[in-house]
Write a protein that binds this ligand. Sequence first.
Ligand code: PAF
Length: 291
Amino acid sequence: MTPEVAETIAGLRARLTPVRRAGARIGFVPTMGALHEGHASLMRHARRASDLVVVSIFVNPLQFDRPDDLVRYPRTLGRDLAVCESCGVDVVFAPGVAEMYPEETVCAVDPGRVADHLCGRFRPGHFRGVATVVLKLFQIVGPDVAYFGEKDAQQLAVVRRLVRDLNVPVVVEGVATVREPDGLALSSRNQRLDDEERTRAVVLYRALEAMRADVESGSTDVRDITKRGAFTIAATAGVRLEYLEIVEPEKFQPVRRVDGPVIAAGAMWVGDTRLIDNVRCVPRGAEVAGR
Ligand code: PAF
């Protein structure tokens, strides 16, 4: 069935309030549209576990640190609605900017130290914008469970922190990254890559996988591990590494030695497209020891 589309907060609330009162479980997938198989996987998770599935499609200006990126962000509402329909979504919330931010001054959420490193270092204000819009969406939708992709691992950590620190009554579920057959993580930004750039783009995943292999084979010195990852990227023409870091998985603080599960994360430019990815690395024995 075609999902219902609500463009206003009042319209969405009118639709959801009786559902909530009847005790139905609401699953929520926040997105910025340009939906792909990664989003579809989130929606299918929501569909399996909820009575009513809500997807939001809103390109949030507050989280863009570069105006050109906001302008160029793909907007494909017609196609997005078809993806939502194929995943059994019940309601799509697609507000305009004036609906979400009717006034210029926005009371914002400071995500704290979890946003200090990785993308937080290179995209000033990005996670403040994400945390703010996610909290607004949680208040508007009032979901029982919300689904986020593990591809945006730092975003997921920010949202988990937000929910815990601000006592938001929602369960946050992380869903595994969906990859192309060669390993490239699906992203709305992949649409911008030409054929050559697309071929090069996979080197970020290869570098992260090399780092994971290092950790799994017993390397513990983070400087050595990241150097080897960076070397993999440096060997590819036409790409520029922004960062490659190893952080612990909850607070996203850098570590110097690996002595438990860590996240290896990177950002890389291919032409004028910025891609991010991450992998979880577990040293031998650490999972068994429950660390
Ligand atoms: O991951 C995204 O698409 C966005 O950052 C989110 C969570 C929808 C907030 O705008």
